[in-house]
Write a protein that binds this ligand. Structure first.
Ligand code: SAM
Length: 442
């Protein structure tokens, strides 16, 4: 997007933000990049960063619907190479359909993001956005009539999968996936005292009603400036993710394996929850392990060993002493965290799920033998697809009759195979799956 970037350097701030938003949107839609990686905040002040984040995230969240609206507005399809123009059109439509930005400001800042030498595209964007602005309701309704996927801005394969899995709740899942998520913190120590600290700093926040370590902030803010964040008294973690450590039921002195540890959110929770745990933490991804080290450094916590390795192949890293507790926070489709990562709608393909299931099964099968008799294994994903969740755990149980599912607290989620499925939006959380297995003594 070189032309737009040059334009952005010389342009007023609002224009530069539209330009960067379009670059990020195009990165996701056309180059398969993760939104977090595609966003460039460099040199922007706080309010511009917030606007960039809102425009790019919102456009990616609604892109499937907005693309249909756009197709209807165009007299003929855009040439395929005009990815920059398409992204700007989508950013423009997002502003008109989903924000309170005055339409004239949205249109002029979006048109301004293109270089003057691209006069045809500036005319096109101007014309399309103004046409949409004359009858936004009718334009959106016409697109919504096409399909459930378009109306809810989800890929059709995922809609079909959710309808099959949750005949009574799929629409709620789609709605929750399209909400902006809260910024949730996990607080170490006295939550009421921390809430008072936030209030004294003028930061509005609420205790989570069901998760006793969780606090929801009223609005987004740079986390590094939050009280206690630099020294690890607060960490960013969704409330449903904060259930993992308590469900591990760890006791001092136990040997614990955190099999898929990076970036270390649940590891830090485990270490702060129980003193004197002997934790081995493992991940194959060195960049993500670096992020785990940062988490540990900030929180002042340390596992006994932090290893780079494949948890499914213990023969390559295990010292031969069985574990009392094993946490498998498995790699998955991320279909439970779409509200936080709307790029998943575009990046994940139905054909990704089968290989993911194989990896999950390999982790369960590889690690079950190194759990001691009487020990417990907690299987977690941030997926809502039964084939990554209950079906995987049930398959392990079929091969290992000594794997007994333990009941989980009933205030959470719905029974799903041997475990429990929390759907996105339930009690304001992300979607997570939990199953806890105890190894019966022979
Ligand atoms: C859902 S994330 C874990 C999140 C982490 N537990 C936390 O709370 O911050 C899944 C992790 O599994 C790791 N992973 C993928 N394949 C693995 C394998 N074969 N063995 C161990 N970890 C694996 C990924 O690199 C990724 O970091």
């Amino acid at each position: 997007m070189a032309e737009a970037s040059k334009q952005a350097q010389a342009a007023p701030r609002g224009v530069a933000v539209r330009c960067r938003a379009a670059t990020a949107v195009s990165g996701v839609l056309h180059s398969g990049r993760r939104l977090e990686e595609a966003l460039d905040y460099q040199g922007l002040g706080r309010s511009d960063r917030a606007l960039l984040r809102e425009l790019a995230t919102g456009t990616v969240r609604w892109a499937i619907r907005l693309r249909t609206v756009l197709d209807d507005l165009l007299d003929r399809p855009l040439p395929r190479r005009e990815t920059e123009v398409e992204a700007l059109l989508l950013v423009g439509l997002y502003q008109l359909a989903h924000t309170n930005i005055p339409p004239y400001a949205a249109v002029s800042a979006t048109v301004g993001a293109l270089s003057k030498s691209k006069a045809w595209a500036r005319r096109l964007i101007n014309g399309v956005l103004r046409r949409f602005g004359r009858e936004p309701g009718q334009r959106l309704a016409a697109a919504d009539a096409r399909s459930v996927g378009v109306a809810n801005a989800h890929p059709e394969w995922l809609v079909i999968a959710l309808e099959a899995a949750y005949p009574d709740a799929w629409q709620g899942v789609l709605d929750a996936n399209n909400q902006a998520p809260p910024l949730t913190l996990r607080v170490v120590g006295d939550r009421a005292a921390y809430l008072a600290e936030l209030a004294a700093a003028g930061i509005e926040a609420q205790a989570h009603p069901l998760v006793e370590t969780a606090v929801n902030l009223k609005s987004f803010r740079p986390v590094a400036s939050l009280p206690g964040f630099p020294e690890g008294r607060a960490s960013v973690q969704d409330a449903a993710a904060q259930l993992a450590a308590p469900l591990m039921e760890t006791r001092s002195g136990e040997r614990v394996l955190d099999a898929c540890t990076a970036p270390g959110g649940k590891l830090a929770h485990l270490l702060s929850q129980t003193p004197d745990l002997h934790v081995t933490a493992l991940d194959p991804d060195s960049d993500r392990l670096d992020r785990t080290r940062e988490t540990l450094e900030r929180t002042g916590l340390a596992p006994e060993a932090l290893l780079r390795g494949d948890a499914a192949r213990p023969q390559t890293w295990w010292d031969g002493v069985p574990f009392d507790r094993i946490l498998i926070d498995a790699p998955c489709s991320g279909s439970g965290v779409i509200r936080r990562h709307p790029d998943i709608k575009h990046l994940r393909r139905p054909e990704d799920v089968g290989p993911m299931e194989d990896r999950q099964q390999a982790l369960l099968e590889g690690l079950w033998p190194i759990l001691r008799p009487g020990g417990k294994l907690l299987y977690v994903t941030c997926s809502v697809l039964p084939e990554e969740n209950g079906e995987r755990v049930a398959a392990l149980q079929q091969a290992h009759p000594e794997a007994r599912a333990e009941p989980l607290p009933q205030q959470w989620g719905r029974p799903a195979g041997p475990g429990c499925q929390i759907l996105p939006g339930e009690a304001g959380t992300d979607g997570f799956y939990y199953a806890r297995l105890r190894k019966e003594t022979p």
